[in-house]
Design a protein around this ligand. Structure first.
Ligand SMILES: [Zn+2]
Length: 296
């Protein structure tokens, strides 16, 4: 490799890592980095697309009989998503599948409902929506109990896998068996530490679920935040990060009881190149410290 080429490659890698860090660390209300479009659609495999709006991402699958869409985010994002889908197919959106119950991922469904789509989620999501209604969240037409449901359309299958509570109470991980792709929201963000103070995460169940997800047959993921796709290893890396974080906090608690000191003393240099390490690590530590303090 010649010198100029090496410099070019390292410049590209740097630009990429800055971009990824911004995309991965940015909460929904953060400003987009200069030059980044509000939304974009990326083709991941034949008929499989990932749509990003600001810092949120979903997946849609185009089949001969219509489209299987996921997570409609919010009304503005869903409108843009509908336009993007129309650019790749004339077929209607037949299904909208919710990954989980959190409003920031699923509040834009009305445009798809008006166009006749059928909404699907785990049964626990429907229970959450009844207990805590939001006028922008379309109630599911169809739910499943237990650990598995298949959605079939036009010769394609989207498998829904439920691993119990981990992030919220009703998170489905979606698998495309032919393409060996997982759509996995919030519980894996490639090479980024956990989000802020881990809102609505159950740390032990999170680790347990990731270990179970690692046993599925898949080669790539589409995450709910971050890059359009990432290698399967991202799931294991996220689990190992959480285990390392929990071990480090347990160790710190052996010599220190003051939460303000614990928050500052725990460092995980192995992850210092990960997105949001500087911004979120202390918040991650605080959350895990109180998990051990309170038992949940
Ligand atoms: Zn969430």
């Amino acid at each position: 490799m010649n010198g100029t080429f090496k410099i070019l490659l390292s410049a590209l890698a740097f630009a990429g890592s800055v971009f990824c860090a911004l995309v991965q660390s940015g909460p929904a209300w953060a400003q987009l980095p200069p030059g980044m479009k509000m939304f974009e659609t990326t083709k991941i495999a034949d008929g499989v697309y990932s749509f990003r709006y600001a810092f949120h991402r979903n997946m849609f699958v185009v089949t001969d009989e219509g489209v299987i869409a996921t997570d409609p985010m919010n009304p503005k994002a869903a409108g843009s998503m509908m336009d993007e889908i129309k650019k790749v197919t004339e077929k209607p959106v037949k299904y909208v599948i919710y990954s989980h119950e959190h409003w920031d991922h699923i509040s834009g469904g009305r445009v798809f409902k008006a166009a006749g789509a059928r909404f699907i989620s785990h049964a626990n999501c429907a229970r959450e929506f009844k207990n805590n209604p939001n006028p922008n969240v379309v109630m599911p037409d169809e739910t499943y109990m237990g650990s598995r449901k298949d959605v079939n359309l036009g010769g394609r299958t989207v498998e829904l896998h439920y691993f119990g509570r981990n992030h919220g109470e009703c998170l489905s991980v979606m698998r495309l068996p032919k393409e060996k792709i997982l759509f996995i929201v919030d519980i894996v963000t490639p090479k980024r530490v956990a989000f802020r103070n881990m809102p609505d995460f159950y740390p032990l169940d999170w680790v347990r679920s990731l270990a179970e997800i690692e046993k599925l047959d898949f080669e790539r993921i589409i995450p709910g935040h971050g890059p359009p796709t990432a290698p399967a290893a991202a799931v294991r890396e996220q689990r190992v990060y959480l285990e390392d974080l929990m071990t480090a906090v347990r160790e710190a608690r052996k010599t220190e009881r003051n939460p303000d000191e614990i928050r500052k003393m725990v460092k995980l240099p192995k992850y210092k190149t990960w997105g949001a390490y500087k911004q979120y690590l202390e918040m991650n530590v605080e959350r895990i410290n109180f998990f051990y303090h309170m038992g949940k």
